[in-house]
Design a protein around this ligand. Structure first.
Ligand SMILES: NC(=O)CC[C@H](N)C(=O)O
Length: 424
């Protein structure tokens, strides 16, 4: 008689021996009973068949995967996932339902990172048909259906991730129906050719925590709610400004500048990059960027950006602080990275990813300008780097109290007045 352990070892060994191309790419886990058939088709030809548990609609997106174990409501509402089909490597998704839409003292949704689902669709191994959580008000399926987002379950996400790791993030089509759509008839459009930041950003200035003692301009490239909250929690008044806001015209009214995360390729944000380039020349108070913010600051400083093969998305990415040697575990969601192999004069690398060596942040050597590629605001994810917000707002406050003029122009303008006062 063969022991269960020996049987398991034999099964695993034979699965490992079978080339991926010879394994069936079909429903792997049981699908939702009574659900419609859905298909995930990659542009490269692979077809995964499963069950639909979201909206009965077809969509196209860049197929990307996240290794996060928790936080599907936060990830799905993260504007940086706009235009993407989000694959969860964690097989069981949906088991805690979807939370209530309560707001905090700043009027920001407590349990979501923006007002709506931002990814184009979701792909899961094993959708949990039963959910349980004290704060849940609906199922993941009901939420997706209500917001018009297609969702597929029963997909062998291990095989799918294997493909995506090999060939890189790939365009995918998610559709509901008995048969897959003829690939030749799909209008394969790459969302990254669009300026997704312009779609995700606010179009008007919005003020949070108006009584804060320091005034931060938060450039909204598709900011996650917890970035706004984290700055407010540090006592700052936050003006959320559009991604292409004319900062140059109002630098003197801000004690600090913060650039948010955002979707798609940073190369479309030429206006924001030009604004930052100017700010780097004249601004004297702290500037900080997160993720897209790191990329835009890098581009403004003269650093190139490139697309990673499959990106880093998850809540367990190790980043090493190059100033201290300390390693922090970080939340991440990005497909592009700064090429920090050559740094422009005046700038240095700040953090490096301990897994793949990609850039995790930069800093100006003399001025208070720095940025990180990871997400200190987490949601979901570890809180190791939450200190970033306290450090930034404390630096802003210290600069203000020390009387550092916001811009070198203001200092020059102040000089004749001071000279006149001294002479009087
Ligand atoms: N989270 C982000 O800000 C992501 C930045 C950019 N869209 C990328 O994928 O690299």
């Amino acid at each position: 008689m063969v022991s269960p352990m020996a049987l398991l070892a034999r099964t695993l060994a034979s699965a490992a021996d079978t080339p991926l191309s010879a394994r069936p790419l079909h429903a792997h886990y049981p699908v939702v009973p009574g659900s419609l058939t859905a298909h995930l088709q990659l542009r490269t030809g692979e077809v995964f068949t499963g069950g639909s548990f979201g909206a009965s609609t077809a969509t196209i997106g860049e197929t990307v995967f996240t290794t996060s174990l928790v936080g599907y409501p936060e990830s799905m509402t993260d504007p940086s996932y706009r235009g993407q089909l989000l694959v969860f490597t964690q097989p069981l998704i949906g088991n805690h339902g979807v939370p209530r839409r309560t707001r905090d003292q700043y009027g920001i949704l407590k349990h979501f990172e923006s007002e709506k689902i931002q990814c184009s669709g979701i792909v899961v191994g094993d959708y949990a048909t039963k959910y349980s959580h004290w704060n849940a008000v609906e199922s993941l399926s009901e939420w997706c259906e209500r917001e018009g987002i297609p969702a597929i379950t029963g997909v062998d996400t291990r095989a799918l991730v294997h493909i995506l790791r090999g060939q890189g993030s790939t365009l995918g089509s998610l559709s509901v129906g008995a048969q897959p759509i003829d690939s030749a008839k799909i209008a394969w459009s790459d969302p990254n050719v669009e300026n997704l930041v312009a779609q995700a950003s606010t179009t008007e200035v919005r003020v949070f925590n108006p009584d804060g003692d320091v005034h931060i301009a938060l450039v909204d490239c598709g900011a996650k709610n917890n970035i706004v909250r984290s700055l407010c929690d540090q006592g700052a008044r936050v003006s959320l400004v559009p991604w292409n806001y004319n900062l140059s015209a109002s630098l003197d009214s801000f004690d600090g500048i913060f650039i948010s995360n955002g979707p798609g390729s940073p190369s479309h944000c030429t206006e924001a990059i030009a604004q930052l380039r100017h700010a780097f020349e004249v601004y004297q108070r702290p500037i900080f960027g997160i993720c897209m913010g790191n990329q835009l600051m890098g581009l403004a400083a003269g650093i190139d950006v490139y697309k990673l093969r499959f990106g880093n998305r998850g809540h367990n990415q190790p980043a090493i602080d190059l100033t201290t040697g300390r390693c922090v575990i970080t939340s991440q969601n990005h497909g592009y990275a700064l090429d920090d192999s050559k740094m422009p004069a005046g700038w240095d690398r700040l953090y490096v990813n301990a897994n793949d060596g990609s850039n995790e942040g930069i800093r100006h050597i003399e001025k208070p300008f720095r940025s990180v590629q990871f997400h200190p605001e987490a949601r979901g994810g570890p809180l190791d780097t939450a200190f970033v917000f306290a450090d930034f707002v404390n630096d802003v406050r210290a600069a203000k109290l020390a009387g550092v003029a916001a811009t070198a122009h203001a200092e020059l303008a102040a000089e004749p007045a001071q000279a006149a006062a001294a002479a009087a």
